[in-house]
Design a protein around this ligand. Structure first.
Ligand code: SF4
Ligand code: SF4
Length: 306
């Protein structure tokens, strides 16, 4: 049996204490939903049996529920699951407070702290919090990285410079123009013609709906392309199997969106004007396009291989 590395973004709650202007989760279903802790622990245990090897606690702000997350991290640690918490860093108000929380998370078994940083986040959370959270992680030996969300405009350069000056470990990540960012003006993209492959990281919502994508989730509402099913109806194992055996998902991961768009007749000059997730939406949130791509996925040889 091929050992597949199963991982999932675990949306314990959609509640957040701030309101970022670019928030992707803003329109995704009911606000302030939260899993029952006992059910969440049972799901993590079920994930152990389903050979899930990595869990990223995300959605709203997970550390609003610090004690619950500590318990869930304990289940991960006990079962050798790599764990990550994605946070806006609101709790790192002083270096001392940052040390306390980071110590607790580390003792609970957290593998990596992922701290979000952007010009939108930092309207609500002092950027010194980010430095304190990162420095506490460095000092206490907890792996961390800063997710620097940017639209690649000049106005983000001072923010990037701030991270560099503080010698923090960060990676730029593009704003995704869904949710509140859906109405943003988009700078034009100038890219090469690339495959536009996507890892399609699965996401579990507090309502126990599982999706193939943690960034768009319920957003492809015309086709439900990204939806796998609800854990009240299906097991974790069966939904992972569905995810792993679907030919179109496989093609998104391996062939990429651009060859698929080209096979639908979209000109290359137009394909290069799309950002990845927008191209994904164009292809898969249209019943007509989805039907065409499904037919291609089922045919042999595949029209996407060279
Ligand atoms: S911290 Fe994250 S979940 Fe909260 S508003 Fe900002 S982007 Fe959304
Ligand atoms: S390309 Fe599609 S599947 Fe991948 S993150 Fe974007 S919307 Fe989700």
């Amino acid at each position: 049996m091929v050992d597949i590395f199963r991982k999932i973004a675990f949306g314990y709650s959609t509640r957040c204490n701030i309101k970022c202007g670019h928030c992707l989760a803003a329109d995704d279903g009911p606000k302030n939903e939260k899993m029952d802790l006992i059910r969440a622990k049972a799901i993590v245990s079920e994930m152990v049996f389903a050979r899930v090897k990595g869990i990223s606690f995300t959605a709203g702000e997970p550390l609003l529920f610090l004690n619950d997350i500590i318990e869930l991290l304990g289940v991960c640690k006990k079962n050798g699951i790599y764990s990550r918490v994605v946070t806006n860093g609101f709790w790192a108000k002083t270096p001392q407070r940052a040390d306390e929380i980071v110590s607790e998370l580390k003792a609970a078994g957290l593998s990596q702290l992922r701290i979000s940083f952007s010009r939108w986040h930092q309207k609500h959370v002092d950027r010194e919090n980010i430095v304190s959270a990162a420095q506490s992680s460095q000092k206490l030996g907890l792996d961390y990285f800063i997710s620097f969300i940017t639209d690649f405009s000049k106005q983000d350069e001072p923010h990037e410079q701030y991270l560099r000056e503080n010698r923090l470990r960060f990676f730029p990540e593009p704003v995704i123009y869904f949710g509140r960012a859906g109405d943003f003006n988009r700078p034009r993209v100038f890219t090469d013609y690339n495959a536009n492959r996507c890892d399609m990281n699965p996401y579990l919502s507090p309502q126990l709906d599982m999706f193939t994508c943690c960034d768009a989730g319920a957003r492809f509402d015309k086709t439900g392309f990204l939806y796998l099913g609800n854990l009240n109806d299906y097991s974790v194992e069966s939904l992972f199997q569905k995810y792993e055996t679907n030919r179109l998902y496989h093609a998104v991961k391996t062939v990429g969106l651009s060859p698929m768009a080209s096979s639908l007749g979209i000109p290359a000059s137009e394909i290069v004007t799309y950002r990845k997730c927008e191209l994904c939406e164009k292809l898969f949130n249209s019943k007509e396009n989805l039907a065409g791509l499904q037919q291609s996925a089922d045919s042999t040889p595949s029209p996407w291989t060279r």
